[in-house]
Ligand binder design. Structure first.
Ligand code: NAD
Ligand code: MG
Length: 387
């Protein structure tokens, strides 16, 4: 029996992970969960799976959970996430944004498997995560569908430093809801338009990130951190059907791809089961009807987020942390109707203009950089909303 902790259990990835766990009750045991809102849902999950370790955001929520469940261990905040992430064989990090950092670091420090959906923590803390990975035996198995595809396509590649056998990684992108839009059309898109993703149903933040292509930019940085390939050898290709989830081109000219219908339960099950593949067939392709796959280059002029991410990747240090932090603040402001869709990436670009190289030597420096980038983003947003 493999024990599983699910951090961010009440979200989009969290609930899909529960679907996998329901089918694998004989092989996987859920032992710990966290959630920052929707307490009723969190309590229901604890009852259904007999979970006795829970993490919530504050003391008043902790009291509510104890009242509802009786004899359970309830912890709070960052230190709570840290504690519960050390207590399971596999930890699913499905927390949203930089708040997932304690989960990423604690799981790897405890030398366990990190099933990682939370790309923001890895991107922001890449140099620190690398140090922890080198010191111990913790491993990261990505849940993000593109990176799960790359993980599978790289399975035959020896993990030599810098991966000399790989010519490039090709990350596929659906193109989001605004693929093919003109600059004029993009100036007038609404929140409802941006939340209407053509192929995936996901949490609000990543759905907005997909509409600006910032999600793909973040995924370039995520791939660089996961697979030890620098950003110059990572390309993005738009593939509107979301069937090919990514590809690896080897130096001999071979390109390997992973194909399936879009269903996050496939990468989640992969990360929980490896080396076993669970026989659920989520996302399997029938090939009994005509299937057309198309590929085109991204429009980096209309979607400048991609180049911002490449620049941050080239600069390294704390630049990716700034990019991700400023983006989190800007997306939140957009979701609260404080700025327009076009402003999201402008705010991030203007924050990065102020970035001064910082090698990011420790956790304190990371928290410092994160706070600075957020403060600058808030300042820019205040200015915009008063214009
Ligand atoms: P979501 O908003 O649906 O769920 C987020 C979860 O994190 C919830 O359980 C919430 O309670 C918890 N949470 C939010 N803020 C928190 C905080 N400050 N402290 C502690 N917990 C907090 O998000 P999601 O779409 O499931 O995405 C989760 C992560 O997975 C993100 O990093 C996202 O980029 C990544 N991801 C999601 C998908 C998808 O299909 N949804 C695909 C690939 C990657
Ligand atoms: Mg993805």
């Amino acid at each position: 029996m493999r024990t599983v902790a699910l951090m961010g259990a009440t979200g989009s990835i969290g609930t899909q992970t529960l679907d996998v766990l329901r089918r694998e009750r004989d092989t996987l045991e859920l032992v710990a969960i966290s959630g920052s809102t929707r307490l009723e849902q969190l309590i229901d999950i604890a009852r259904e799976f007999h979970v006795t370790q829970l993490c919530v955001s504050n003391d008043s929520d902790a009291a509510t959970v104890r009242d509802a469940l009786g004899n359970v261990h309830v912890v709070v905040g960052d230190s709570g996430l840290d504690e519960l992430s050390r207590n399971a064989d596999v930890v699913v990090n499905a927390v949203l944004g930089f708040a997932g950092l304690p989960v990423t670091l604690a799981t790897l420090e405890a030398n366990h498997r990190l099933a990682l959906a939370n790309k923001e923590s890895l991107i922001a803390a890449a140099p620190l995560v690398e140090q922890v990975r080198r010191r111990g035996s913790g491993e990261i198995v990505p849940i993000d569908s593109e990176h799960c595809a790359l993980h599978q396509c790289l399975a035959g590649s020896p993990a030599q430093p810098g991966r000399p056998d790989v010519r490039r990684l090709l990350l596929t992108a659906s193109g989001g809801p605004f693929r093919g839009y003109s600059a004029e059309q993009l100036a007038h898109v609404s929140k409802a338009d941006a939340l209407n993703h053509p192929t995936w149903s996901m949490g609000d933040k990543i759905t907005i990130d997909s509409s600006t292509l910032m999600n793909k930019g973040l995924e370039v940085l995520e791939a660089a951190a996961l697979f030890d390939v620098d950003v110059e050898r990572i390309d993005v290709v738009v593939h509107p059907q979301s069937i090919v989830h990514s590809m690896v081109e080897y130096v001999d000219g071979s390109t390997l791809a992973q194909l399936s219908n879009p269903d996050m339960r496939l990468p989640i099950a992969y990360a929980l089961g490896l080396p076993t593949r669970f026989a659920h067939g989520w996302g399997r392709l029938g090939f009994d009807e005509a299937l057309t796959l198309s590929f085109e280059p991204p429009d980096v002029k209309l979607f400048p987020a991609l180049n911002l991410a490449y620049d941050a990747g080239r600069r390294g240090g704390a630049a990716p942390a700034w990019l991700s932090a400023a983006n989190e603040v800007a997306v939140d402001a957009f979701l609260h109707d404080r700025i327009r869709w076009n402003d999201i990436v402008s705010v991030v670009a203007s924050v990065l203009d102020d970035y001064v190289d910082d090698p990011l030597v420790n956790l304190e420096a990371l928290r410092d950089n994160d706070a600075r980038a957020r403060a600058l983003a808030r300042e820019r947003i205040d200015r915009l909303s008063h214009e």
